[in-house]
Design a protein around this ligand. Structure first.
Ligand code: C2O
Ligand code: CU
Ligand code: CU
Length: 442
């Protein structure tokens, strides 16, 4: 049609960028080159990281979400580089098979850079997974989901606040859902099993995914790889940055079409066409052992609040972690190879998907607490029993839904190279506005 094209940024000339595929123990070197134009095409508002406004508009650094990389290759937000510069990062991939993704992580501007298109899938495979005979080859596909605001003239639109008391928008929900960068695309599939790697790369939106036929599918993996066993599901909820690998069986559906949906909105159409191939894929009854980390091993249980208004007066609204700004001295300083429990105390009215770099973790429990008691005296008073994680959270995670009114407890072993990493809320507007903290692996 006659609409002017909208600018979009990408990796290797496309958005999403190319799917990077590797195997456990096969190291990968990537030179990330900033070849972006001099100016951003999205409006840069008065975010809390206003200090960053004295820096070039266009700066980027790449992070592989879920990768166990050393600090110098992890995409620390302040390691950004300007247009015309590059960085060589090393990914050892000494980790289990999983669906990861890569994206921009530049300080204070990640929400705009990812929104502009800087993201892609990163797949790690391994021999154990290979031996399971799961759908593979052209029957193993990443489905990268996000939403965008598309204006009437077809341009990508990012909202700007006109309220001086709240100079940044705290969320950005789109009017269009994109799958692999396209608006309601179709995919020809054969009447056999497929492995679909669902990745939520949206700034703010959570997805509630199902098939229009209502048929169940099997969830086989979450953020950090395989679940203990396939889990039959009719819907999957994904908060920003979460992943779920599902196996969908299209057999017996020759000639039919069905849709992948978010609530009642169609995202992707599957057209089933028989091309005479036999389905040789298997779905074993068990996938892998996920041994629970013994809570008795925890050297620390850190109580960390999610979201506190700054009470310094006259300052713009903000969200913080542990009541601290990004630039406050480091407080989270786990020792290498130690086990810690982090109790995430959500004192806001919203869900925050919390992500830690470098490590994978397990969800221990969620437990309701008394917000008034907390606000009055900073004492943690539980008001109900602990809820153990549902089966879809019994695998390894790197991003966890922290519900309002709940203490969400996670446990992890801090394996990796000593250095400085980050943990943050993966609602990108929050992340860019103080809901991110460094942590130091000692
Ligand atoms: Cu998806 Cu700090 O990253
Ligand atoms: Cu990450
Ligand atoms: Cu948040």
């Amino acid at each position: 049609r006659d609409l002017p094209p909208t600018p979009l940024w990408g990796y290797g000339g496309s958005s999403p960028g190319p799917t990077l595929q590797t195997a456990r123990g096969e190291p990968l070197l990537v030179e990330w080159i900033n070849a972006l134009p001099e100016r951003h095409f999205l409006p840069i508002d008065h975010s809390i990281h206003g200090a960053e406004r004295s820096k070039p508009d266009v700066r980027t650094v790449a992070h592989v979400h879920g990768a166990r990389a050393s600090a110098g290759s992890d995409g620390y937000p302040e390691d950004w580089f300007a247009s015309g510069h590059s960085a060589v990062y090393h990914y050892p991939n000494a980790q289990d098979a999983a669906t990861l993704w890569y994206h921009d992580h530049a300080m204070g501007i990640t929400r705009l850079n990812i929104y502009a298109g800087l993201f892609g899938a990163f797949i790690v495979r391994d021999a154990e997974e290979q031996a399971l005979g799961l759908p593979s080859g052209d029957c193993d596909l990443p489905l990268i989901l996000c939403d965008r605001l598309i204006a009437k003239d077809g341009q990508l639109y990012y909202p700007v606040s006109d309220d001086p008391a709240a100079p940044w928008v705290s969320e950005c929900n789109g009017n269009a859902i994109l799958c692999n960068g396209k608006l309601y695309p179709f995919l020809e599939v054969e009447p056999r099993r497929y492995r679909l790697r669902l990745i939520n790369t949206a700034n703010t939106r959570f997805f509630n995914l199902s098939l229009s036929s209502g048929q169940p599918f099997q969830q086989i993996a979450s953020d950090q790889g395989l679940l203990p066993a396939p889990l039959p599901r009719e819907r999957v909820e994904l908060y920003p940055a979460e992943r779920a690998d599902v196996v969908v069986d299209f057999s017996g559906l020759d000639g039919k079409s069905l849709q992948l949906r978010h609530q009642s909105e169609a995202i992707l159409e599957f057209r089933v066409r028989d091309r005479g191939r036999r389905d040789t894929a298997a779905l074993p009854a068990t996938l892998r052992k996920v041994e629970r980390i013994d809570q008795g091993l925890a050297a620390r249980d850190r109580i960390l609040t999610l979201g506190e208004q700054d009470d310094a007066g006259g300052r713009p609204m903000m969200m913080m972690l542990g009541g601290k700004h990004w630039s406050a001295p480091i407080t989270e300083d786990p020792r290498q190879d130690s086990v810690e429990i982090w109790s995430l105390v959500n004192v806001t009215g919203d869900v925050h998907p919390i992500h830690l770099h470098l490590v994978r973790f397990q969800v221990v429990e969620r437990r309701p607490f008394d917000l008034f008691a907390w606000n009055a005296s900073k004492t943690l008073k539980y008001t109900g029993p602990a809820q153990t994680p549902p089966p879809e959270e019994l695998g390894w995670k790197d991003t966890v839904r922290a519900d309002p009114g709940m203490v969400t407890r996670i446990i992890m072993r801090f394996e990796g190279e000593p250095g400085r990493y980050v943990w943050h809320c993966h609602l990108l507007e929050h992340e860019d506005n103080e809901m991110m903290r460094p942590f130091q692996l000692l």
